[in-house]
Ligand binder design. Structure first.
Ligand SMILES: Nc1nc2c(ncn2[C@@H]2O[C@H](COP(=O)(O)OP(=O)(O)OP(=O)(O)O)[C@@H](O)[C@H]2O)c(=O)[nH]1
Length: 471
């Protein structure tokens, strides 16, 4: 099985090296029940020769017994394990599949299609670079298509591929494809989705999945696999806004203090000036240490330990940034929230909030509106959000945290909401914008007399460590 490479027999080291250095695309498939998701995934694996021979033999056997594709091999049987689990109601979760081709490694998040699984889709999609939205050529854009596309836009998935499937049942008609494409493009414009690709396919017959279709000479674009292998991933990484959330302070003895974590965005170089948030103290990077030795520079995704030239106070949950492009520090922000718990979201109740490596408490001060995931209409005047609902909310934390807008920096702009009693994750959120907290709002309205101003100056000049604000 697997992509055959001559290197395997001639130079195994070179083969392994090539394989290790391939980049990785994470994508998810979403579609209505029976649109052909399983068949499409099976087809991708089958046509890239990624199926073990014994699996294939077992599939042929099952095909005669339970296959749904007539004479042809029912490729949906490949992903059957998960489906039977679903039918039995054992797990309703996201299944991940891995495969690789000569050019790239892939992880597929396969999410259930039903409406009640919004939370699963949000979970599966949160780390994806690309979403394949499947549309049945006979049905066109459906409610489900709108919901999946909305969640994809909410989570900021950079690339969308609309696979218009079952083209064989519509005589491979260009008109059918063009009409659905036009209909979807209107939705994409409304949702501000960019980088949308459209491919007419037949997952069953293998048209335009891996191999180019002979039935649709009018389609000159890339096949689905060509898109998966070629979408640009590097430019999706933010290399300009340095964010290093500190996960752990390593202090084995008095002579060493290292800050461990994974670089979320930006590039961190030896000698760089960094600022720690929320305290705003600055220092310079003395060393960047990894398991394999010291680095001169680190990139997003690198797991590193950073030491600084000065003994400034940095704790778990703090974030190191470049003073030129800092994040916002505050307590209040507005966000989109996907609610994942049977118990509804309630304003005024205390919840735990996990923003990057920071864990704190806070509460929802207001639900601005709920969003109907099927029609995309906003519903104002709601006081709670139920399981699988999505809303735009205001949040106030009990202590300062570091905020980024999710659309700009998804790694540091996302957060989890935790039930403080059970420690269960009850929701996921995406920061829209920081807000001045209630205390800060009241400052500018207050006027101070001269004695208060003098006192303020005295404190600022003599007790800088109190970080007193100028009035
Ligand atoms: N004619 C035709 N039938 C297809 C095509 N793709 C899938 N099918 C059939 O459509 C039916 C549903 O396909 P599945 O792959 O099981 O659909 P699914 O979206 O995975 O369904 P769920 O897992 O239930 O969400 C099966 O009978 C497939 O053989 C296609 O391109 N053309």
């Amino acid at each position: 099985m697997s992509h055959q490479s001559e290197l395997i027999s001639t130079d195994i080291e070179a083969y392994l090296n090539q394989h290790e250095n391939k980049d990785m695309l994470r994508f998810l498939t979403c579609g209505n029940v029976d649109d052909g998701k399983s068949t499409l995934i099976g087809r991708l694996l089958f046509d890239t020769n990624l199926i073990y021979e014994d699996t294939l033999a077992a599939m042929h056997k099952d095909n005669d017994r339970v296959g749904n594709a007539g004479e042809a091999l029912d490729l949906a049987l490949l992903v059957d394990g998960l489906q039977s689990e679903r039918e039995q109601g054992i797990t309703i979760d996201v299944a991940y599949r891995y495969f690789s081709t000569e050019k790239r490694k892939f992880i597929i998040a396969d999410c259930p299609g039903h409406e009640q699984y919004t939370r699963n889709m949000a979970t599966g999609a949160s780390t994806c670079d690309l979403a394949i939205i499947l549309i049945d050529a006979r049905r066109g854009v459906q409610t489900q298509t709108r919901r999946h596309s909305f969640i994809a836009s909410l989570l900021g998935i950079k690339h969308i591929v609309v696979a218009i499937n079952k083209m064989d049942l519509k005589e491979y008609s260009r008109e059918v494809f063009d009409n659905i494409r036009f209909e979807y493009q209107q939705l994409a414009d409304k949702l501000n989705l960019h980088n949308v690709h459209f491919v007419p396919v037949s997952a069953l017959n293998g048209d335009n999945v891996v191999n180019r279709s002979e039935h649709m000479p009018w389609y000159e674009g890339p096949t689905l696999m060509e898109i998966l292998e070629s979408v640009e991933l590097v430019e999706d990484e933010n290399l300009t806004d340095l964010r290093f959330p500190v996960q752990y302070v390593n202090r084995p003895n008095l002579d060493f203090r290292g800050f461990c974590g994974t670089l979320a965005s930006g590039v961190l170089r030896h000698g760089d000036t960094v600022m720690t948030l929320p305290s705003r103290k600055t220092s310079k990077v003395k060393s960047i240490i990894t398991y394999e030795g010291e680095l001169q520079e680190a990139f997003p995704g690198d797991a590193i330990t950073v030491t600084l030239e000065d003994e400034i106070d940095v704790s778990r949950g703090d974030t190191l940034v470049d003073p030129a492009t800092p994040a916002v520090v505050g307590k209040a922000f507005s966000a989109h929230v996907v609610w994942m718990s049977e118990k509804p979201l309630i304003t005024g109740k205390e919840y735990g909030f996990k923003l990057g490596t920071k864990v704190t408490t806070g509460y929802f001060t207001n639900i601005q509106h709920e969003i109907d995931v099927n029609t995309l209409d906003t519903i104002p005047g709601t006081s709670s959000l139920d399981l699988n609902s999505i809303g735009q909310v205001d949040i106030e934390l009990t202590e300062d945290a570091v905020f980024d807008r999710y659309c700009k920096l998804p790694n540091t702009g996302a957060f989890a909401i935790i039930d403080t009693l059970t420690n269960v994750t009850v929701g996921a959120g995406m920061i829209l914008s920081p807000k001045p907290s209630k205390n800060e709002i009241s400052h500018p309205q207050k006027s101070y007399n001269q004695a208060e101003k003098n006192l303020n100056r005295f404190i600022r000049e003599n007790y800088p460590e109190w970080e007193c604000r100028e009035i």
